[in-house]
Write a protein that binds this ligand. Sequence first.
Ligand code: NAD
Length: 335
Amino acid sequence: MKVKVGINGYGTIGKRVATAVNQQDDMEIVGVTKTRPTYEAKLAVQLGYPLYVPADKIEDFKAAGVEVAGTVEDLCGKVDIMVDCTPGKLSEEYKALYTKYGIKAIWQGGEDHSLTGISFNALANYKESWGAQFSRVVSCNTTGLLRTLFPIDSKYKIKNGYVTLIRRSADPNDSKAGPINAIEPVVKIPTHHGIDVQSVLPWINIQTMAVKVPTTLMHMHTVALELGAEPSTQEIIDLFKQTPRVKLVKSKDGVKSTAQIMDLAREIGRTRGDMFEIVVWEDGIKMVGNVLYYYQAVNQESDVIPENVDCIRSMCKLEEDPLKSIAKTNKAMGI
Ligand code: NAD
């Protein structure tokens, strides 16, 4: 029997999780929710996803000619687990609803760690969510950091980490956010990103700063790590080559910016042109004494998607071995 999954909030993250879940053989989407009869709601119905909406919005959907399968509460009665991809500030209300229906739920990185008390990254702490009712997949930036920090810390011990996050100002389908012609620093230092890394790996000493720039494609991180050992640059390259969901590219192959990375994702036929891996420039990795430097790029819309699939597997006790779950998810998603 497949695990029955609902998506609450069929937006940027929700629609990608829906596709990824239906690519697996041990789980399936039984419905998705929308609050307004937008093009995304119409497309969801066209793709065959039963659409559930707030009870007081049913008439709006009917008036727009969009077929509705029931209310959000009806969907709660049909699923084993809800992947909550709603925007922030709704978590307490929905947590009460999921509790009422006795279903499991996963939230995304826009919510605080305190909501669930467990935060998830497949490689770093898969087992902490084992059988849990509630968990939270950390944000796109935190997922990106954990993917590379965890293997380095496991092998060489990170004594101190200094990361600057150069953040995209908006997602490609977002015409409201900015800046469009400025660079905006986050003046509260350290930013929440390092603190969020510690929600999964509490012992990591890391300080983060961040600036927002006018781009929509990806985030970029510049990373400097003081290690407890002095491995060679080649040993770090070899470690990243063996790490799942980390992809090495070379500037000298023409991958000079985030633009070519997203082109690469389209050319290799990824759904929606997504790059699920964290992309590290191989020729930008350098050890100087015991300090490791590298650059990595994060496709904010998609790196957390395979993590949601693995989180479902851990919470629903479908596969005990994290590496087996990661491999299964990757194979089904073409990673
Ligand atoms: P989004 O705005 O693209 O999608 C949110 C969806 O929730 C929309 O479909 C909207 O219709 C729906 N919604 C709005 N109000 C609702 C309500 N009251 N009940 C049910 N659904 C409602 O947002 P997103 O970018 O997909 O972000 C969702 C979550 O994922 C947030 O926690 C965000 O921080 C996190 N996240 C976003 C990104 C990103 O780059 N977009 C990356 C990683 C994590």
